[in-house]
Ligand binder design. Structure first.
Ligand code: 0A1
Ligand code: ZN
Length: 876
C-alpha cells in the first residue's frame, strides 16, 4: 500500500466543472443498492476545453457511464485512486452513471449504511463519494432531486432532503418517494433515511408567519423519548430568530434518530440525522447532563442551517468557519436558557483540560490547519471548541451589537456561497472598523499561549503596575510563534472585597475592563489604588490561554469570596485546591502523610455555610480539579500521585465537613416532579456533590444514604449518581447487587446500558481492566457500535487514568487490540480511540516505552489513512 499523502491548503484550485442540478435514484437493497445519478455539468469559465472532468468515488461498482445519453466505452474514461477521470468533455453536458454499493457491509458508517432496521447516510466530510461518482467537495453546490425506492413492508418510510414532491407504488411490493431540495448544497449535506419508523409531529410558526412542519422520526419503542428534543428544537428556532434574525427556510424540518453513528449528529439540509444518544431522553433513562447536552446538540445542528448550510465552507481547511461559529452560537443559546456562569465554567473547563492537552500533544494543529492526510481526523476540540473561543473573542472585541451587524452582513453577502475564514473575519473588520490582521493569527497558530502576569505596587504613588508577557510554545511543524492579540478582561478587588475603579493613564474604565495584549510584553499602570488590591484576571475566561500569576492562598480565598465574576470565583477555588493537592502529591511521592491545607477546608466550610453563589455555581466550586486538569499543570505527570492526592483531599474535606455536607444534602431534597429545569438541575447537582463527599468519608451511614437514593429511583440523575458511588466504593456487598439489578432492569435499553458500562469501567479499584475485558463479551456490547465502544473503551481509557496507565502495560495493550480491530471496521472511530495512547510525552520512561511499543505494534498493521496519520504523528 502506498504511503498516504498530505493535502495542502495552498494547492486549492476552484472546481473545473460545476453541477447545476443533481438527480439521484436509489434502488434500495441491503447488499446491492443501485444508485443512478444524472449530473447537469458546466465548465467553469476559467478553465479551457482541455480541463478533464474528475469525480470522486470510493468502493463503487461502476456499471454505466454516459455523456448526453451516449454510453462511454471503458477506454473512454479512467478509474484510478478513487477518481473517475474523463479527459475530454463538452463545456456543458449531462453525465449519467450507475453504480452498485453494499450498505449492509458498510461498517465504517460513512456513505449509505444499514443501522438496525434502517438505511441511513453520513456524508460529511467525504462520505458522498461512497454513494456515487461526484465532485465531492464543499465548493460544488447543486440543487438535488432524489428518488428513493424501497420495499413497501421493510421501508415504509423513505426520506431525503427538502420537500416530498411525488410518491407512488411500483411492482414487486416496492414503492418510491421523490424529494426536491430547492437550496443549492454541497454533497456533504445530502441525506437519505429509509426504514420502519414512527413519527412525532409538531409545528413552528416563523417570525414572518410561515408554518413549518416539524417531524421527529424514531423506532417505535423510542416514541416515549422524543418530547425533550422537540421542545429543544422549538426553543432553538425561536432563539435563532431573536438572537441572529435567522428564519428557517423550508416548509419541513426533520430529525431522525439512528443507533449506529460515528459522531453526535449531522446537519443535513432539512433532514438532520442524530445519534440516538444525542436526541432521545426521558427522566427515567437520562441524566440532567445528558438532557442539557441533547438540548445543545439539537440547537447546534439547527443553527448550522445558516452557519454551515446557507453559507458553507470553500474547502475542509475552513471547517472551523462553520463549526467554531456554530459552537459559539449553541453555547450562547444554552447560556441564555440555563445557568450562564455554569455553562461558561463547563465550556472553559472542557477547553482547558482536553483542548489544551491536544494543543500540547503530537496531533496539535491550528484552528485552520494548512495540511492534512485525513480530514475526518480534524473534527477536534481545537476546530470546534478553540474555534468557538475565537468567535467569542471577536464578539467581545466588537461588542454584541456590532457583532450582530457583522453576522447579518456575513449571511447576506455570502448566502448560497462556499467561503473562507477570511470572509468571516473581514466582514467583522468592515462593520467595526477594527484592524483584525493580528487577530487572524489565532486561526493560523497552533498551541496554547502562556500568559505570565506580575504586579508591582508602589505605596507612595498608590499605583499598581501590571505586566503581562505572552509566549506560545512550539508545536509540531511550527517552531516559531508570533505574538497574538489577547483580550484580557480584568478587575481589581480592594482589601475590603469591594471592586476598585480602574484608572489607566488618567482614564477611568469602571470596575471591569479589557486589556488588549498585542506585544510579547506589555505594562499597564493603575492609579489611585489602595494597598492590598488583588487582581482578578482573565475574567469569564476571556481568551483560550494559560495564565500564571503568583496569587497567594489568602488572595485566592479573597477572590473566591468577593470577585464579581462567577467564572473567576470558580477559578480561584480551583487554583487554591490545586496548590493544596500539589503539596499532597509531593508528600505522596515521598511516602509521607498527606495533610490537606487547612485554608482549603476553611474556604469550603465558608462556601457550605454561607453560600453567596447560586447553587449551580456552588456545586461546581465544590468539585476538586479533575485528574486531567491537575496533570495539565505538571511537566512530569505522576499518574498515581495525582490520583492518590486528589482522593486524600476529598476524604479529608469529607472528614472535616461531614455535618456541612450532610445538611446541604438534606436541604436539597427534591419534592417536585422531575423536570430538567435550571433550578432543579442546580439542586440535584449540589446534592449529589454533597453525597459524593459523604460517601468518601466512608461512614456506613453515608453509604446507606447512597443506597436509599438509588432505591428511591426518582430519576436517572440521582440513580446514576448513587449507583456510581456504590459501584466505585470498596463495598462489593453494596456495589455488586446494585450493578446487577441495574443491568437486569435496563437490558432492553442500549443507551442506559452504555451508562452501565461506563459506570463500571471507571471504578478506581484495580479490577477495572478485567471488568472491561469481561464486559466486552457482554451481549449488550458490540465493537461495531460507536456508542458501545465509547461507553466501554472510551470511558476506561479516558476517564480511568490510574487503571489505563497500569504499570504492567495491560491498559495500553487492551487499547491497541481494540484499535487494530477498529482500524478494519471503522477507521474514523479507531483514530479517535487511539488518542490516549499518543499522550505519552510527559509520562515516566517506563510508561512511555510501553505506550510507544503498542503504537509500533499498531503501525505494523495495514493501516487506514485515519489511523496512519495519528500513529505517524505520535511516533515522530
Ligand atoms: N457537522 C457535524 C459533525 C459531524 C462530522 C462528521 C460526521 O461523520 C463523519 C458526523 C457529524 C456537527 O458539527 O454536528
Ligand atoms: Zn457542527
Amino acid at each position: 500500500m502506498a504511503e498516504p499523502q498530505a493535502i495542502h491548503l495552498s494547492d486549492y484550485r476552484p472546481p473545473a466543472y460545476r453541477v447545476e442540478k443533481t438527480e439521484l435514484t436509489f434502488d434500495l437493497d441491503p447488499s446491492t443498492t443501485r444508485v443512478r445519478t444524472r449530473l447537469h455539468l458546466q465548465r467553469h469559465p476559467e478553465y479551457g476545453e482541455d480541463a478533464a472532468l474528475t469525480l470522486h468515488g470510493h468502493g463503487l461498482t461502476t456499471e454505466r457511464v454516459a455523456i448526453d445519453g451516449q454510453a462511454l466505452l471503458e477506454s473512454e474514461y479512467r478509474i484510478e485512486d478513487d477518481q473517475l477521470v474523463i479527459d475530454r468533455v463538452p463545456a456543458e453536458f449531462v453525465l449519467d452513471t450507475e453504480v452498485v454499493i453494499d450498505p449492509a457491509n458498510n461498517t465504517a458508517l460513512e456513505g449509505l449504511y444499514v443501522s438496525g432496521p434502517m438505511f441511513c447516510t453520513q456524508c460529511e466530510p467525504e462520505g458522498f463519494r461512497r454513494i456515487t461518482w461526484y465532485p465531492d467537495r464543499p465548493d460544488v453546490m447543486s440543487v438535488f432531486t432524489t428518488t428513493v425506492i424501497g420495499d413497501r413492508q421493510r421501508q415504509p418510510v423513505l426520506l431525503s432532503n427538502g420537500n416530498p414532491i411525488e410518491r407512488g407504488e411500483l411492482p414487486n411490493d416496492r414503492h418510491f418517494v421523490t424529494w426536491e431540495d430547492p437550496h443549492p448544497k454541497p454533497s456533504y449535506l445530502f441525506a437519505l433515511v429509509a426504514g420502519s419508523l414512527e413519527c412525532v409531529r409538531d409545528s413552528f410558526t416563523t417570525m414572518s408567519g410561515r408554518e413549518v412542519a416539524l417531524e421527529l422520526w424514531v423506532e417505535a419503542p423510542n416514541l416515549e423519548k422524543t418530547d425533550w428534543a422537540m421542545a429543544s428544537l422549538k426553543r432553538a428556532m425561536t432563539w435563532d430568530e431573536e438572537a441572529y434574525g435567522r428564519e428557517y427556510d423550508l416548509d419541513l424540518f426533520m430529525i431522525v434518530a439512528v443507533d449506529d453513528f460515528n459522531m453526535g449528529a449531522m446537519e443535513n439540509k432539512g433532514l438532520n440525522i442524530f445519534n440516538s444518544a444525542a436526541v432521545l431522553a426521558n427522566p427515567q433513562t437520562t441524566t440532567d447532563a445528558a438532557f442539557q447536552r441533547i438540548e445543545g446538540i439539537v440547537a447546534h445542528e439547527y443553527f448550522h442551517n445558516w452557519s454551515g448550510n446557507r453559507v458553507t465552507c470553500r474547502d475542509w481547511f475552513q471547517l472551523a468557519l462553520k463549526e467554531g461559529f456554530t459552537v459559539f452560537r449553541d453555547q450562547s443559546f444554552s447560556s441564555d436558557i440555563n445557568s450562564a456562569p455554569v455553562k461558561r465554567i463547563e465550556d472553559a473547563a472542557l477547553l482547558r483540560t482536553l483542548q489544551f492537552a491536544e494543543d500540547a500533544g503530537p496531533t496539535a494543529h491550528p484552528v485552520r490547519p494548512d495540511h492534512f492526510i485525513e480530514i475526518s481526523n480534524f473534527y477536534t476540540l481545537t476546530i470546534y471548541e478553540k474555534g468557538a473561543e475565537i468567535v467569542r473573542m471577536l464578539s467581545n472585541l466588537l461588542g454584541e451589537e456590532t457583532f450582530r451587524r457583522g453576522s447579518d452582513l456575513y449571511f447576506e453577502r455570502f448566502d448560497g456561497q462556499a467561503v473562507r475564514v477570511e470572509d468571516f473575519v473581514d466582514v467583522m473588520a468592515e462593520v467595526s472598523g477594527e484592524d483584525l490582521t493580528q487577530f487572524m493569527r489565532w486561526y493560523a497558530q497552533a498551541g496554547t499561549p502562556q500568559l505570565t502576569a506580575r504586579s508591582d505596587y508602589n505605596a507612595e504613588q498608590r499605583q499598581l503596575t501590571l505586566t503581562i508577557r505572552q509566549q506560545t510554545p512550539p508545536t509540531p511543524g511550527q517552531e516559531d510563534k508570533q505574538a497574538l492579540h489577547v483580550p484580557v478582561r480584568m478587575g481589581l478587588l480592594g482589601a475590603d472585597g469591594e471592586p476598585i475603579k480602574l484608572v489607566i493613564n488618567g482614564e477611568s474604565n469602571g470596575t471591569d475592563t479589557v486589556l488588549h495584549l498585542r506585544e510579547a510584553e506589555q505594562r499597564w499602570v493603575f492609579d489611585d489604588v489602595d494597598e492590598g488590591a488583588v487582581p482578578s484576571l482573565l475574567r469569564g475566561f476571556s481568551a483560550p490561554v494559560r495564565l500564571d500569576y503568583p496569587w497567594s492562598r489568602d488572595e485566592l480565598s479573597h477572590l473566591m469570596r468577593f470577585d464579581e465574576d462567577g467564572f473567576n470565583r470558580w477559578d480561584a477555588t480551583q487554583r487554591l485546591a490545586l496548590i493544596a493537592i500539589e503539596e499532597m502529591m509531593v508528600a505522596h511521592q515521598r511516602g509521607e502523610l498527606m495533610a490537606l491545607d487547612a485554608r482549603l477546608i476553611e474556604a469550603f466550610r465558608h462556601l457550605l455555610r454561607e453560600p453567596t453563589d447560586d447553587k449551580a455555581v456552588l456545586a461546581e466550586m465544590l468539585r476538586l480539579p479533575s485528574e486531567a486538569w491537575i496533570a495539565e499543570q505538571q511537566t512530569r505527570v505522576d499518574i498515581d500521585a495525582i490520583h492518590g492526592a486528589r482522593r486524600a483531599a476529598i476524604e479529608q474535606l469529607a472528614d472535616n465537613l461531614f455535618a456541612e455536607f450532610e445538611s446541604v444534602y438534606h436541604a436539597n431534597q427534591q419534592t417536585d416532579a422531575y423536570a430538567p429545569t435550571p433550578d432543579q438541575i442546580a439542586s440535584r447537582s449540589l446534592r449529589n456533590v454533597a453525597l459524593s463527599y459523604l460517601v468518601a468519608n466512608g461512614e456506613p451511614e453515608a453509604l446507606n444514604m447512597a443506597r436509599a437514593q438509588y432505591e428511591a429511583d426518582h430519576n436517572m440523575t440521582d440513580v446514576r449518581a448513587a449507583l456510581t458511588l456504590l459501584a466505585h466504593s470498596d463495598r462489593a456487598d453494596l456495589g455488586d447487587p446494585a450493578i446487577r439489578a441495574f443491568g437486569e432492569r435496563w437490558a432492553h435499553d442500549s443507551l442506559v446500558m452504555d451508562q452501565w458500562f461506563a459506570t463500571q469501567v471507571t471504578r478506581p479499584q484495580a479490577d477495572a481492566l478485567e471488568r472491561v475485558r469481561f464486559l466486552m463479551k457482554h451481549p449488550a456490547f458490540s465493537i461495531k457500535n460507536p456508542n458501545r465502544v465509547r461507553a466501554l473503551i472510551g470511558a476506561f481509557t479516558q476517564q480511568n487514568r490510574v487503571n489505563f496507565h497500569r504499570l504492567d502495560g495491560q491498559g495500553y495493550q487492551l487499547l491497541a487490540d481494540v484499535v487494530i480491530e477498529l482500524n478494519r471496521l471503522n477507521p474514523e472511530i479507531a483514530a479517535r480511540m487511539i488518542v490516549p495512547l499518543t499522550r505519552y510525552h510527559r509520562l515516566d520512561e517506563q510508561r512511555q516505552k510501553l505506550m510507544r511499543g503498542e503504537l509500533e505494534r499498531i503501525r505494523k498493521e495495514e493501516l487506514s489513512r485515519n489511523v496512519y496519520e495519528v500513529v505517524e504523528k505520535a511516533l515522530a
